[in-house]
Design a protein around this ligand. Structure first.
Ligand code: NAP
Length: 867
């Protein structure tokens, strides 16, 4: 007999998960007057803190900061007993929250949502649960956590072991007694490092199987930090506000000390202070550049390794416990209480799986390549299928029968880490693309939940019932998330942040590393711009303001923010002399650029007088001769000299393997148009004639320039063609001035706020050329004859007023039959590529430029390019 179809229950919203995120989401949805049903497969609230009951489990964010802030009375009533609270205490806290707000009545425990399908007709989610319930809801909210899906044990023979088996992530409620037992722990991440010292207290023998040595610092647990408590007491609101607008979700004074430039004494002092403080965000903030500069990172890493060696008595064990295969911080660092000391106990042994890998788990224990071990219990502390695991496993089907698992097969894709296109009204809290695991979860969760609740309220007030991100907005956010990661050392590690711990999982940097503050600002900006990048629909209405919320490279945005704080006068309000002095002062404080083989200064005798030049010779073998590149600096024909573009010239030399001859030329207003252009041509002639003396290969000569320097480089090419020589193998024009028309769309888009402004460009032109001359090809090479010019590489930057004229020059060259390569500096401004080692995201573009220069000289001896 067929079962009668069950009648679906209807709710406005369904929430999956009753941990930190799910509980607060439920609270806020109720507050909006929505009907809600929450589900959790656990028997009670708690999420992570329900399941992870292993000995030693505690938070590693100070408890003063690891708490809800939405309930001021709760904040006053609850006091944490320790700096880092234990799992039972945090679970008690979450139970109290559930009780205070009577949340349990809307939560079904020991029940899982087994599938969710978007019903296109009804515009509702059709949900089934493990108890066979059918539910329809408008909003489906996943509060399933980032580290909730244990990684399955891929170790050979895992099911064969005859003794006790434990997973730190699914610890039995009754606990485990290891007294007198031979115990194995596999895994030395946070869970392993926290539990190992406590398991060692009971076990008669403890063997720790370590695949990757991990960085850990002592937690120095005790009473909550007096300093943080004092700040909270003085002004709780201010403290919480500071947390919300901090990088990691905890008020932290970000240092401006750079590891590379700090003295040895300052380095040591800062490190020891962070070590003594025992906070993750402290040790990650010893130096401002440790997250992206390998050498600075190594200073911190070396000091931590010294601490490990001074703690662990056996030198071989100390060496094996010292992490050397990843940069500090790029895998989640741990806080411990006596972890390294545990290895000094006579009954504790470390097995380094790098030297003797596990072959198999056996009935009796573990067999490695070298030994057989017998155990009474094996503890797996092997981690999670992080961030995507629980979402992908949840059997979610969106529009057109497309599942989330299918959509994310090559890696997750989200808008703001909150929603994903094709899955209307599906909200995900702390999903990939959100700061989540890189931040204080409590702060991030409250922000996500508040944003979702605010969104639902706004939709209701505007008469909308569905919301979904656009493909454009989502791909823009995905790109931004990857751009933020790419300027750091994080993607270099085989970490769970990269999905590298799960065999076969796509390698994509999962969380948003731009910071809690930057993320919150992006979410707020989206709302302010009428929910930019979201499509909303309702009865008889639809709205979509499509676009990308963050298109600029993150480090460029930081540079602009920093400049804004300096309050410098706009250059176009200064005299030429003052503008030159300002430029020289800023150049004096920047990093020097890469090492090259040789740098020497000289002069070029030309009819108008001597032109100073600086020659950069590549390092390494073969010693030469090399192709030659004559380079002209930028500065609007008014500013700049051999120093101003020195780091860029070094970079071009190192990447291209060519001798770069950077030539200074006469400047306006002292020497106006066409002095600079004529000097450029004279310099090219001289370098060509003296190629052998300069260490160049005769006939292999390119010209290059940035900005106004690219203008005179382009003019020099036209003059050389007209004069029948010298032969020029190629021209590299970086963000060139090639026309005097200041009305192109890129001037409208980027004429203000990105260092080179329309006003400044006008100031440059006024200093350089009379209006009557500005259309002449010697001033505006775009208006000249382009036939017969050498192969060209043009670089344009998205946020450059000169962008469109660069594009126009490339198109015009192509139309004239000249091979032209257009390289787009995505998310960059006019000055980005000159800011070597400051704007790190410029490096891949300069690598392309170096590559382009090499293609100008196909017969040159190849050199190892700088990465
Ligand atoms: P984890 O950091 O991923 O560590 C798992 C450990 O198991 C790693 O040492 C890993 O080695 C090892 N492993 C995995 N598969 C293995 C295999 N097949 N053979 C041998 N070794 C294997 O997992 P976790 O310790 O559970 O921590 C996960 C995250 O949860 C933490 O990073 C943290 O964010 C959070 N957490 C926080 C706390 C806290 O707040 N106090 C406590 C626990 C966890 P590899 O490194 O070589 O992959």
């Amino acid at each position: 007999m067929n079962k009668p179809p069950s009648v679906p229950e209807h709710f406005d919203a369904v929430v999956v998960g009753a941990g930190f995120a799910g509980l607060y989401m439920l609270y806020r949805l109720r507050e909006l007057g929505l009907s809600v049903r929450a589900f959790d497969s656990a028997a009670d609230v708690g999420g992570t803190w329900y399941w992870n009951r292993y000995p030693g489990a505690r938070c590693d964010i100070p408890t003063t900061d690891y708490a809800y802030t939405f309930d001021p009375d709760l904040e006053k009533e609850w006091t944490w007993s320790e700096k880092y609270a234990t799992q039972p205490e945090i679970l008690d806290y979450l139970r109290l929250v559930a009780d205070r707000h009577s949340l349990r009545s809307d939560i079904e425990f020991s029940a899982a949502v087994t599938s969710a399908r978007w019903d296109e007709q009804e515009e509702r989610w059709a949900i089934t649960t493990s108890s066979g319930q059918e539910i329809r809801c408008r909003y489906y909210i996943m509060a399933t956590g980032c580290l909730s899906m244990p990684k399955s044990s891929e170790i050979e023979g895992a099911g064969r072991f005859g003794g006790q088996v434990y997973f730190t992530s699914r610890w039995p409620h009754e606990g485990a007694d290891f007294t007198g037992q031979r115990v194995a722990v596999i895994g030395t991440g946070s869970s392993g490092i926290q539990s190992i010292p406590l398991i060692a207290r009971q076990a008669s023998q403890l063997t720790v199987f370590q695949r990757t040595a991990n960085f850990s610092i002592p937690a120095h647990n005790g009473p909550p930090s007096a300093d943080r408590l004092k700040r909270l007491d003085e002004d709780r609101d201010e403290y919480r506000h500071a947390a919300r607008w901090s990088r990691g979700g905890i008020p932290t004074d970000l240092t401006d000390v750079f590891g590379m430039t700090a003295s040895e004494a300052v380095r040591r002092e800062r490190f020891e202070a962070a070590w003594a403080q025992g906070e993750l965000f402290g040790i990650l903030n010893v130096f401002a550049d440790q997250g992206f500069n390998p050498a600075s990172n190594d200073i911190v890493a070396t000091m931590i390794r010294e601490k490990i060696r001074s703690t662990v008595k056996d030198p071989g064990t100390a060496e094996a416990l010292s992490p050397k295969d990843h940069y500090f911080g790029t895998k989640r660092p741990c806080l411990d209480s006596g972890y390294f000391e545990t290895f000094n106990l006579p009954h504790v042994r470390l097995v380094d799986l790098r030297t003797q890998p596990i072959v198999s788990i056996t009935e009796e224990g573990i067999e490695t390549a070298d030994e057989s071990f017998g155990f009474d219990a094996i503890v797996y502390a092997t981690g999670f299928d992080a961030m995507t695991g629980a979402l992908v496993a949840a059997d979610i089907t969106g529009r057109d029968g497309w599942s989330l698992k299918e959509k994310w097969a090559a890696g997750p894709s989200t808008y703001l880490g909150l929603m994903t296109a094709g899955f209307p009204n599906l909200f995900m809290l702390t999903a990939p693309g959100s700061p989540s695991v890189l931040s204080n979860m409590a702060v991030s969760i409250e922000q996500h939940v508040d944003w979702v609740a605010g969104c639902l309220k706004d939709m209701r007030e505007a008469g909308f019932e569905t919301i979904e991100p656009t493909a454009l907005a989502e791909s823009g956010w995905d790109q931004h998330v990857q751009d933020c990661a790419a300027i750091t050392l994080y993607p270099t590690a085989s970490s769970w942040y990269m999905g590298a711990n799960v065999p076969g999982k796509p390698r994509v940097f999962l969380p948003y590393i731009g910071g809690v503050d930057a993320y919150r600002k992006a979410c707020d900006d989206v709302v302010e711009q009428d929910y930019l990048g979201f499509r909303m629909t309702g009865p008889g209405r639809a709205r979509c303001h499509d676009g990308v919320v963050r298109r600029m490279q993150p480090d460029v945005a930081l540079v602009l923010e920093l400049l804004a704080t300096l309050g410098l006068p706009p250059m176009d309000t200064l005299s030429a002399a003052d503008a030159r002095a300002l430029m020289a002062a800023t150049a004096a404080t920047r990093p020097p650029g890469p090492e090259v083989g040789e740098v020497m200064d000289g002069v070029i005798p030309v009819p108008a007088g001597d032109l100073p030049y600086r020659l950069y010779r590549p390092a390494g073998l073969p010693e030469g001769p090399h192709p030659l590149v004559v380079y002209f600096h930028g500065g609007g024909w008014v500013l700049g000299n051999l120093d101003s573009d020195d780091p860029l010239c070094r970079d071009l030399c190192a990447r291209s393997g060519a001798v770069v001859v950077s030539v200074n030329y006469r400047h306006a207003p002292e020497d106006r148009y066409p002095a600079a252009a004529l000097d450029a041509f004279a310099a090219v002639q001289w370098v060509d004639a003296n190629a052998i003396e300069l260490g160049g290969i005769p006939g292999q000569l390119a010209v290059a320039g940035w900005s106004a320097g690219a203008n005179i480089a382009a003019v020099a090419c036209q003059l050389a063609r007209d004069a029948g020589g010298p032969h020029i193998s190629g021209q590299l024009l970086i963000c060139p001035v090639v026309d005097s028309d200041l009305t192109r769309p890129s001037y409208q888009d980027n004429g203000d706020g990105y260092i080179l402004t329309t006003a400044l460009m006008r100031w440059f032109w006024d200093h350089y050329a009379d209006p009557a001359d500005r259309g002449d090809p010697l001033a505006a090479p775009l208006r000249g004859n382009l036939e017969g010019l050498p192969p060209t590489c043009i670089v344009t930057a998205d946020f450059d007023p000169l962008r469109d004229e660069g594009v126009a020059y490339a198109r015009a060259l192509e139309a004239a039959g000249v091979p032209a390569r257009l390289t787009r500096a995505r998310g960059h401004i006019h000055t980005s590529l000159t800011m070597v080692d400051v704007v790190i995201s410029g490096a891949p573009v300069r690598a392309e430029i170096g590559e382009a220069l090499r293609t100008f000289f196909p017969n040159a001896v190849p050199q190892e390019p700088v990465s």
